[in-house]
Ligand binder design. Structure first.
Ligand code: ZN
Length: 158
């Protein structure tokens, strides 16, 4: 069975940046299962997996446009330190913030006495992604999975 829209595929993966550093991996975990054509995974990788089958190993280089998007300067904002009240703020802290585009995960990138810089870009925005993938399973989606647009496995619950 070859991967095409409406099928559920599972794969092991290692994700590296262009410097060869491992950013994420399924090693030691269950393979990642996704519903092909439902945008469960980044579009650049989904396109590379089209037509592949169990046992296929691929290396895919995914541009930021096909991955987590380019970095938008507009998502980097400087806010008054006072907006955080007495809360401790340090670079690297993550929290949900209300933005013009709705709730969004942001990370604090800089702190001064008066200001805090927060970045709402995805942590992998602007990165070229190097995926090594091995496909471990391809199957029909259940009617419910097809209706929901995602896979029911690995503790997914309603
Ligand atoms: Zn569901």
């Amino acid at each position: 069975m070859n991967i095409t829209n409406g099928l559920v595929a599972s794969f092991h993966y290692t994700l590296k940046n262009p410097a060869g550093e491992v950013l994420d991996s399924s090693e030691g975990n269950e393979p990642l299962a996704y519903l092909h054509g439902a945008h469960n995974i980044v579009p650049g990788l989904e396109a590379e997996l089209e037509g592949k089958t169990v046992g296929d190993k691929i290396s895919a280089v995914v541009t930021p446009e096909g991955g987590y998007g380019v970095k938008h300067d507009g998502l980097i904002q400087e806010v008054p330190r006072s907006a955080f009240g007495d809360q401790p703020v340090e670079p690297g802290m993550r929290f949900n913030a209300e933005t013009d585009q709705g709730p969004r995960m942001v990370v604090i990138t800089a702190v001064t006495d008066d200001t805090v810089t927060v970045d709402g870009n995805h942590p992998l925005a602007g990165e070229t992604l190097h995926f090594d993938v091995e496909i471990t399973d391809v199957r029909e989606a259940t009617p419910q999975e097809a209706e929901h647009g995602h896979v029911h496995a690995g503790g997914h619950d309603h």
